[in-house]
Design a protein around this ligand. Structure first.
Ligand code: AOS
Ligand code: ZN
Ligand code: ZN
Length: 386
């Protein structure tokens, strides 16, 4: 009952990888080192370029300020281009400085709020220097105890800070606001859910969109419903993709619950977001114990497999079954596509595009991992704890 998608449809997939996935990361208990860990942003981009070379799926690399701060952003941009990739989304960081202990854009003290806005203005300058369109804002802001601060006042300060940042954007740039239900704040979070992010981005204007991180919801949340809703509202700007078993685990996408990834991609395709450069697919993961570049290769291939399964859905038959209220047939049509082994068709696609048919094997045989382990000593920690 499944159909065979065209190579043209399959080839539309683009996934952005993130620089911090290549650095050492861990939990609050321990950060484990990996031989060959990049020592600077240039080496992180070099590693990311390997993922694109092996798969043809990951042409852009998100960066993070301050972790990827360099003296010469034009050099970073050229370095990426020389390696066949481009710098992607610029991520701000207002969660690692003492000043931000009680919040950043929502902080009761105007001096701290100004500092947080200024940090975002620096990020926008970096976007100009690197030719980047998107600024992604994830705020750790929130409180730990009822009464600690006024929830309402913090929303007002947030709106004011976001407006100041939005006003600094060029006409072709976007502000993407990510939500997360808890952590590091444990009582209330200032941008906890898609509704709050939606409300703020609507107030800001057309250039502001929502980021949906798949690990940022309470267990049991129907994430594909949020995807469908944000797409129909024209407000889904990007995904942060990863897997979770418990909270914001940032594990390899599609490994904890491949069926959920399929359902999410189904709504992406059904809502017209697939292949639309305005709806970015980004990996937001940390490889605490597994090899990083292979972990990223596995991740982009998992997304590709999920998308190929979705594109195998017989949409006409599905629409007919839905019109007929034929519950079991409709579900069968969906599950049939999900059960399809799409690996042979993807190997064919790669062969047709001059890519290795087995990207993982190709990369592991290339000797790159052994080379960086020899050459690089003393990698930088590129992420924070849990
Ligand atoms: C934090 O939990 C969020 O997922 C962020 O998207 C992300 O991990 C961060 O922006 C990296 O700086
Ligand atoms: Zn995220
Ligand atoms: Zn997260």
């Amino acid at each position: 009952m499944a159909i065979a998608p065209s190579q043209e449809q399959l080839a539309k997939l683009r996934i952005e990888v993130a620089s911090w996935a290549y650095g050492n990361s861990g939990t609050r208990f321990r950060v484990f080192g990996t031989p060959g860990t990049p020592r600077d942003p240039f080496e992180k981009i070099a590693d990311a370029a390997q993922v694109h070379a092996a798969t043809g799926l990951a042409p852009t690399v998100a960066i993070h300020i301050p972790w990827d701060r360099v003296d010469d952003y034009d050099a970073l941009r050229r370095h990426a281009e020389d390696l066949g990739v481009a710098v992607g989304t610029v991520n701000s960081n207002t969660f690692q400085e003492e000043d931000y202990k009680f919040g950043s854009l929502t902080h009761p003290d105007a001096r701290v709020r100004r500092k947080a806005v200024d940090h975002h203005l620096e990020c926008i300058d970096i976007m100009r220097a690197t030719g980047v369109r998107d600024l992604k804002i994830w705020l750790a802001d929130g409180t730990n105890y009822p009464g600690q601060d006024s929830i309402r006042a913090r929303q007002d300060r947030l709106a004011e800070g976001l407006a100041a940042i939005y006003a600094a954007l060029d006409a072709d740039q976007r502000l993407l606001l990510e939500y997360k239900f808890f952590e590091p704040a444990f009582y209330h979070t200032d941008v906890p859910d898609w509704g709050t992010s939606f409300a703020h981005t609507v107030a800001l204007g057309e250039q502001a969109k929502v980021v949906l991180d798949t690990g940022h919801h309470a267990p049991g949340t129907n994430i594909e419903f949020i995807v469908a809703q944000l797409l129909r509202l024209g407000k889904l700007g990007a995904f942060d993709l990863n897997s979770r078993f418990y909270a914001d685990d940032d594990l390899i996408v599609g490994l904890a619950d491949p069926f959920q990834l399929f359902r999410i991609m189904h709504e992406l395709v059904a809502g017209g977001g697939y292949g639309d450069p305005d709806v970015q697919l980004v990996l937001d993961q940390c490889h605490n114990i597994e090899a990083k570049i292979p972990g990223q290769i596995r991740s982009v291939l998992n997304v590709q497999e999920a998308v190929a399964k979705v594109l195998s859905i017989d949409t006409e038959a599905l629409a007919a079954a839905q019109r007929d209220c034929d519950v079991l047939l409709a579900n069968d049509i969906l599950m049939d596509a999900y059960s399809t082994d799409v690996r042979p068709m993807l190997a064919e696609l790669r062969a047709a595009r001059g890519l290795p048919e087995d990207p993982m094997r190709h990369f592991l045989a290339s000797g790159y991992l052994e080379r960086i382990a020899d050459e690089r000593v003393g990698g930088a920690q590129a992420s924070w704890g849990a």
